[in-house]
Design a protein around this ligand. Sequence first.
Ligand code: G3I
Length: 301
Amino acid sequence: GTTLRAAAAEKGRYFGAAVGTYKFNDSTYMSVLNREFNSLVAENEMKWDATEPSRGSFNYGSGDRIVSHARANGMSVRGHNLLWHAQQPGWAQGLSGSDLRNAAINHVTQVATHFRGQIHSWDVVNEAFADGGSGGRRDSNLQRTGNDWIEAAFRAARAADPNAKLCYNDYNTDGINAKSTGIYNMVRDFKSRGVPIDCVGFQSHLGTSISGDYQANLQRFADLGVDVQITELDVTQGGNQANIYATVTRSCLAVSRCAGITVWGVRDCDSWRGGDNALLFDCSGNKKSAYTAVLDTLNGG
Ligand code: G3I
C-alpha cells in the first residue's frame, strides 16, 4: 500500500486518526485525513460535556458530522467515550450516589442509541484505573457510586447498540505493570461472569522509549478473548520517534486480535501535546520519517 489506510487494510487492520470538526474547513488537514486514514474518532465531540450539556438535553451535531464524513469517505468510526471522570458537564460533576449512577447509565443508553449501527467500537469507560502501583480503581465521582459502575455501563451499552464492539480504554498500560494488570484482572472477571466486553484500548501516549513487553502485554489481553486496539498513539519526537512508531505497528501486526491503530491527531500542530511534535505529519502536512517507518512496517519492510 502507498497510504496508511491501504497498507493497513492489506493486513486486515484499520488506521485511524482523532479529529476535531473545527478543522474540517482546513483543506491541508482534510486532504491528509482523507488520503491516509480509514477510521475516525472524535477528539472531544462525543464526550459527556459535549453530548449532554444540560441534563437530559442532548447535542449530537458535531458527532454526527464526524460520522457522516466517515461514511462518505469509506471510514469506520470509534466512539470516544461514554463515561470518564474528566470532561463531565458541570451538572454531572455536582451529582453523587444513585442520582449520578442513574444519570450516567441514562447517558450511556441515550448516546449509544443515537449512534446505533454507526460506531465500530465504543470506548464505554475511559481511564477508570489509578496510576502507580496499586492496580486499583481511580477515585472519582463515578467510582464512588459503587464498584459495579463499569459493568453497569457495559451492559447498558450492549443493550443500546448490540453490534458495536465495547472497549475499556486507558493509558500508562504500555507494558505489563500494576495498572495494566489491574485492568487485565477486570477483563478476566468480566469474561468469566458474562459481562459484555469485546476490546481493550491501549492509548499509547508514549515518550522517548517503549516498554520491551509492549507486544506481550497486548497478547495477554488477546488471550483472554478480547480484541486489542491502539487507540490514541502519539510519541515524543526525538531520536527514537520513528523506531517507537515502528515497534507499536509491528506489535499490532504480530497480535492477530489487534484490530487497528489510531493516532491522536493528524499534524504535529493539531496535537494536544504541542511542542512534542508527536504525530506523523508536520505542521504543513508533510510526511515525517515516523510516517515512513509506520508505512514500511505495515508493508512488511
Ligand atoms: O471547547 C472549549 C472552547 O469553547 C474554549 O474556548 C477553550 C478554551 O480553553 O476550551 C475548549 O475546550 C477544550 C477542548 O479540549 C476542545 O478543544 C478544553 O479546554 C481542553 O481541556 C480539551 O482538551 C482535550 C482533553 O482530552 C481534555 O481532557 C484534548 O483536546 C484531547 O486531545 C484530550 O484527549 C484525551 C482523551 O480524550 C483521553 N485520553 C487522553 C487524551 C489526551 O489528554
